[in-house]
Design a protein around this ligand. Structure first.
Ligand code: AMP
Length: 502
């Protein structure tokens, strides 16, 4: 069996319905089970008689029910909004209020919200907790509906919803089915990224459309190295997708090599720059594997470019390009760029999102039409040389920490909204050009209570956005025009810390 994203139907390809489809924190599902559960959820959603295009939140982590809910939303034409169970309540409430919607599918059986309509998977049944169905403010696109809304960090202090249409998902699925990735239906995908991060959709769409198998890695499983190894061996994991930061956690494990994991043949990395050293280690530990470097912002449907990393050229390179653009899209710079004078990279094509939900200004700032096609200014700086694309950093305050996309201004806005704080700057501390920690510099008329500050932020932001250190300062370094000198802040922070220690 496979799931055909074009017709939105399960197709029988003479494969046994007993074949494993999903392995997750809540158990295993065969393709037959997946089909039945999806149908059950489709019926439960239809019974709610929701308005057309009404978004549905999917709440959970790495339960097998999560992909079931994705499929049910796809079939019923309701955009899904993934919400990771590990998010703090306030973050979830913020995302909910951005859409003004109130229907949840609870995959984890512990979602608490007394006013919402909640569909919960209980063993063989789906139980509906009736609740309000508020008037959604998500636009409805009749002919080409939204597939999903994914919330990313927003520089104005609130998460912003990226609107992805179904046609963009189909465009991605078509690429996935080209020869570029060398996949087949026997693949066992390792799905690690949280569903609130779109890299996770790459394996999900791949596994479902190929009729393959997906091993989902919860945060707990990732920490339990022995069990994780056992599952990789037991289920014969073959196709690994993650951020480079995630694989780095295992590179030093003795068992992380082809002798112990003979089925693991392909590694695809996305979400942040792929270090040359990581590729070298992988090619040493998995000699006959293929390593891909994929690049793409959420705003352009999961990934846009792909590079098959050539192991013979690794010794000569200090950094890797991000590869070539997918078919039917283009990646350009509006002015000629070079290594010395990089320009903003722009993505043009059907994979580009419809914009940000209810953010006309930010949408107008980033999205535009180029030669009649949807286009998105990425904020990434780089250049294109004979179709090969190079990415060399950003033109704004967005950073990546362990693959998580973070707008430093969002954290800063939260700090500034606290009583008694006059000024603040949040920075990503870099080591060897890679952000390793987030810290905040805070100016206040009274002595700040760091524990309290951290506590308040932890209630509002995902754990990876909470700064690990806070330093109270009397003033900030300024540049000649009198503005706070952003580029000097790391040095300033380190000097302040040194002074504090004395
Ligand atoms: P996200 O929307 O979370 O997928 O983050 C997208 C951003 O991550 C891009 O705009 C880049 O800044 C960065 N990024 C993603 N993949 C890569 C890559 N392979 N190499 C360099 N930067 C990347």
């Amino acid at each position: 069996m496979t799931f055909d994203f074009t017709s939105c139907q399960f197709c029988d390809t003479h494969q046994s319905p007993d074949k494993l489809a999903l392995i997750g924190s809540s158990g295993e599902l065969s393709w037959g089970d997946l089909h039945n559960k999806t149908n059950q959820l489709v019926s439960a959603i239809q019974e709610l008689k929701l308005p057309k295009g009404y978004p549905i939140f999917i709440y959970g982590h790495k339960e097998v029910e999560f992909p079931v809910a994705i499929l049910a939303c796809f079939i019923t034409n309701h955009p899904f909004v993934p919400i990771d169970r590990l998010y703090p309540k306030e973050r979830i409430a913020e995302i909910q209020s951005e859409t003004n919607s109130s229907v949840f599918v609870d995959c984890s059986r512990n979602f608490q919200n007394s006013s919402a309509t909640v569909l919960t998977f209980w063993d063989q049944e789906i139980v509906t907790q009736p609740g309000e169905i508020t008037k959604s403010i998500v636009p409805v696109f009749e002919h080409n509906p939204l597939a999903y809304l994914l919330f990313t960090s927003g520089s104005t202090g609130k998460p912003k919803g990226v609107m992805i249409r179904k046609s963009s998902v189909l465009d991605l699925v078509n690429w996935i089915h080209s020869d570029a990735f060398g996949m087949n239906s026997q693949e066992v995908f390792v799905n690690q990224s949280p569903f609130s991060f779109d890299v996770s959709l790459f394996d999900t769409f791949s596994a479902l459309s190929y009729g393959a198998t997906m091993l989902m890695v919860s945060q707990d499983l990732a920490k339990d190295t022995e069990l994780f190894k056992t599952q990789l061996v037991q289920y014969k994991a073959s196709f690994w997708t993650s951020t480079p930061s995630f694989v780095y956690l295992y590179l030093r494990e003795q068992w992380f090599q082809s002798g112990a994991l003979p089925s693991l043949k392909t590694f695809l990395f996305a979400g942040e720059p792929l270090p040359v050293a990581t590729c070298k280690s992988l090619y040493t530990q998995f000699e006959h594997s293929t390593v891909f470097n994929a690049y793409g912002p959420t705003e352009a449907t999961v990934i846009t470019t792909l590079l098959t990393v050539d192991k013979t050229s690794l010794d000569a390179s200090s950094s890797l390009p991000i590869g070539r653009c997918k078919p039917h899209s283009e990646m350009i710079t509006l002015a000629p760029g070079s290594k010395e004078h990089p320009q903003e990279l722009v993505i043009v094509g059907e994979n580009v999102a419809e914009g940000y939900l209810n953010r006309p200004e930010q949408t107008a700032d980033r999205f535009f039409v180029h030669e009649g096609k949807k286009s998105y200014k990425t904020g990434d700086l780089g250049f294109v040389e004979e179709g090969m694309i190079y990415c060399q950093g950003r033109n704004d305050n967005q950073i990546k920490l362990n693959g998580y996309r973070i707008e430093l201004d969002e954290i800063n806005e939260k700090i500034l909204s606290m009583e008694g704080i006059n000024e603040a700057r949040t920075i990503g501390l870099k080591r060897n050009d890679k952000v390793v920690r987030i810290v905040s510099l805070v100016q206040s008329g009274k002595v700040i209570n760091v524990t309290e500050l951290k506590e308040v932020l932890s209630q509002q932001l995902p754990h990876y956005m909470v700064p690990s250190d806070y330093v109270q300062v009397a003033d900030f370094p300024k540049n000649p025009s009198g503005k706070i000198d952003r580029n000097g802040l790391q040095e300033f922070y380190l000097t302040q810390k040194k002074a504090q220690k004395k």
